[in-house]
Structures are given as structure tokens and as C-alpha cells.
Design a protein around this ligand. Structure first.
Ligand SMILES: Cc1ncc(COP(=O)(O)O)c(C=O)c1O
Length: 384
């Protein structure tokens, strides 16, 4: 064994790290207002870039959090019975097939851990949620990126055609982030039947409640008949306003997949406050529906306003809007950030999408401020 103490510190430190981790890009933190503050910005800041819910959680949730806070000297229930019992009954799924995570983000990594190794490949839609790419790359597996269809939804036939014998994992998202397009019931059935049994079908429904508001198909209902392995992922971050607590869940198609995820988990993977909040949020569906209604109505208003400005936003059913601004998006996003309004570009660099912005739907006042900033900056840039 080489004596690493004689090497430069950097070399020895890199040497203990897996090759695949050394070759990955550095962690790119999603910016938050603290970053703008550190850059010296001291005005008001609007966060319209992380697809968060602009409203606080239900008062019942806040009360549950307060109560749970007094008991955090104890570890949480590692079988997450509070929220799992509600979901098991509501979804008619055995409780032990629901696995909770510190956000569905963590579960996406775990699905890579569960299925992928060197020499494997995974299918991802492009552009989509960047975690699918990272969950694949960190296992040293090959990414097979499949462009979306013109409606901004996953291209089911192209994704099926891309599956190879060495592909044990396919990530699909409906509605897709960042484009907001959703799969039809027929496409979901086609996926469920067309993905070979040698491949785990992951359907990410982070925006499920928003799709339901548009009478979209229920992904779980559509794929649960599948004989091969499957997982449906959902989260409390979007429609329930719990992004800061980090809690999402995987509904697994079999005991084997749930057991596999549990073998890889931490003993206390979800904290006690998040569990109490999720139980209260899932028990207060009226408030949940109200949140979705506010955001969806505002989304439709803003899309109409954007069309009035000559933009063509993609037909999103999520809590976000993506639109081609006809010029490089990054300078526009930067100019709007200098006004204290945070919106985004398409995070996964994708050919043809560098002129797209993505904005999260906030309150009416927030969106009015954004629309004004957008109109002024577009006009200013047109003059340059
Ligand atoms: C499609 C999709 N999946 C998963 C997530 C992760 O959600 P969380 O980790 O907050 O549960 C997001 C968050 O933006 C998302 O857009």
C-alpha cells in the first residue's frame, strides 16, 4: 500500500474517495435568500425558484409540530406509523410497502443504491428532475437521456425503446419538472406493461395533487397492476407546504422492493417533527385542497398574463411555469435576482432549453411583482 502521508494533502484526500465520486461535479446548492444576503442585497426577497408552496402549512400542522417539539429528546418511530397508517388505508396499500424518506430526494438516491452498479444504465427523461441524473452517476452507471415529447411530458415510447438488457432502472415523472407536462392514463398503462420485468419502473409524482386538480390520471392506480417491479414516489413538500421538514414517501409494488429500501435506510430516517407534521397534514385534506386550489388558480392567471406579454409558457399542471424567453435565460434570471426575485433557468443543461426560465407560483402579490420585473427586464434587454 502506498504511503499517502507523503503525497500532497489533496491527492491523499481524493485517493480515499470512490473514483466515481471524484469525477462527479461539485455539489451545486440550490440558491436561497441567504446567498443574496451574503452578496450584499438587503431589500425584500421573493423565492420563486424552488417550487415551494407560498403558504404556510395548516394550523393543525403547526400545532402538531409544536406538540412534537416538546418530545424531541426521544428518537422517532422508525416505522413512521402516524402518516403510514393514513396512507395505507387511503391508498389501499399494505403499510409495510410504504417507505418514508428525508424528502423524496433521499429516496431517489436510495433507488439508485438499490438497483445500479458499474456497467449498468438508467433511463431518465430530459430535461427533468436533476436528482435522477445524480442518483445514477453516483453509482458509476451510465445515464441514458431521453428527450421529452413536444407537450413537455415524458416520451413513453422513446423511453421504452431506450431500455437495454443492462438497464435495471427507469425514472419517469408525471407531471414532469421543469416542463409541467403529465402522462395520459393510456401512456401510464403503456409504461406499466412495456417496461420489462428486469427493470424497476419509478414514477415520480411529486406534483400528484396538482395533476389531480386537473383531472389527471392517478399514476398509482394506473401502474399498480404491473407484474414487474415498480415504485411511486410522492412528497409532502409541494401540495402540503412541508418542504422545510423534508418528508416524502415511496409506495412500493412488492415486499421485496420495500425490504430492499429498508435495508439501505437509516434507523431513524425521518425526524419526529416531520412525522407529526405529515400525519396532521394528511389528516387535514380540506386545507391541502385549498392550498392546491390557490396555487393552481394563480398559475393559470400568470400563464394568461405571460401570453399577453407575447411569451408561450408550456402547459404546466404543476406549481411552476416554464417559458421560452427567446434569448439566453441566465442573464435575465440574474437581472431579476438583482431585484430580489429568485427564479430559475433549467437546472439540467439540456440542448434547446438555455432560453427557458422556470418560475414557481407564489401569492398574487408575489406574482404581480415578478410579472412587472419580467416585463421590464425583457423590454430593457430587447433595447440592448
Ligand atoms: C419531480 C420532483 N421529484 C422530487 C422532488 C423532491 O422533493 P422532496 O425531496 O422535497 O420530497 C422534487 C422537488 O422539487 C421534484 O420536482
Amino acid at each position: 500500500m502506498t504511503d499517502t502521508t507523503k503525497q500532497s494533502p489533496t491527492a491523499s484526500h481524493r485517493q480515499v474517495i470512490r473514483d466515481v465520486v471524484n469525477t462527479m461535479a461539485p455539489f451545486a446548492s440550490p440558491p436561497v435568500e441567504q446567498d443574496l444576503r451574503e452578496q450584499g442585497f438587503d431589500g425584500p426577497i421573493l423565492r420563486l425558484h424552488l417550487n415551494e408552496c407560498p403558504y404556510p402549512p395548516s394550523p393543525k400542522v403547526v400545532e402538531a409540530i409544536r406538540e412534537a417539539a416538546a418530545g424531541v429528546n426521544r428518537y422517532p418511530d422508525s416505522w413512521w406509523r402516524g402518516p403510514a397508517n393514513i396512507l395505507a388505508e387511503r391508498l389501499d396499500v399494505p403499510r409495510h410497502r410504504i417507505v418514508f424518506g428525508n424528502g423524496s430526494d433521499q429516496l431517489l438516491n436510495a433507488l439508485g443504491d438499490l438497483t445500479l452498479e458499474d456497467g449498468h444504465s438508467a433511463i431518465v427523461p430530459e430535461p427533468s428532475f436533476h436528482r435522477y441524473n445524480l442518483a445514477t452517476e453516483m453509482q458509476g452507471a451510465e445515464l441514458i437521456k431521453v428527450p421529452l415529447n413536444p407537450q413537455g411530458a415524458n416520451d413513453v415510447e422513446a423511453m421504452l425503446a431506450a431500455i437495454r438488457p443492462n438497464t435495471p432502472l427507469i425514472f419517469t415523472a408525471s407531471p414532469n419538472n421543469p416542463t409541467g407536462g403529465m402522462l395520459t392514463g393510456q401512456e401510464l398503462h403503456r409504461l406499466a406493461d412495456g417496461v420489462p420485468d428486469s427493470c424497476l419502473l419509478v414514477l415520480d409524482e411529486a406534483y400528484h395533487e396538482f395533476a389531480q386538480r386537473e383531472d389527471g390520471p392517478d399514476g398509482l392506480a394506473a401502474i399498480r397492476h404491473r407484474e414487474g417491479p415498480w415504485v411511486v414516489l410522492r412528497t409532502l413538500s409541494k401540495a402540503y407546504g412541508l418542504a422545510g421538514l423534508r418528508i416524502g414517501y415511496a409506495i412500493c409494488g412488492s415486499d421485496e422492493i420495500a425490504e430492499g429500501l429498508n435495508k439501505l435506510r437509516q434507523a431513524f430516517q425521518v425526524n419526529a417533527i416531520a412525522l407529526a407534521a405529515a400525519e396532521a397534514a394528511l389528516g387535514d385534506m380540506e386545507y391541502g385542497r385549498w392550498l392546491v386550489e390557490q396555487v393552481a388558480a394563480e398559475r393559470d392567471r400568470v400563464m394568461a398574463e405571460m401570453r399577453g406579454m407575447g411569451l408561450s409558457p408550456l402547459p404546466s399542471v404543476g406549481n411552476f411555469i416554464t417559458a421560452d424567453v427567446g434569448r439566453p435565460a441566465a442573464p435575465l434570471v440574474g437581472a431579476i435576482a438583482r431585484r430580489g426575485i429568485m427564479i430559475g433557468t433549467i437546472r439540467t443543461p439540456t440542448p434547446g432549453y438555455d432560453t427557458y426560465i422556470r418560475l414557481t407560483v407564489g401569492t398574487r402579490e408575489e406574482m404581480d411583482a415578478l410579472l412587472l420585473a419580467l416585463a421590464e427586464e425583457l423590454a430593457a434587454q430587447a433595447e440592448q
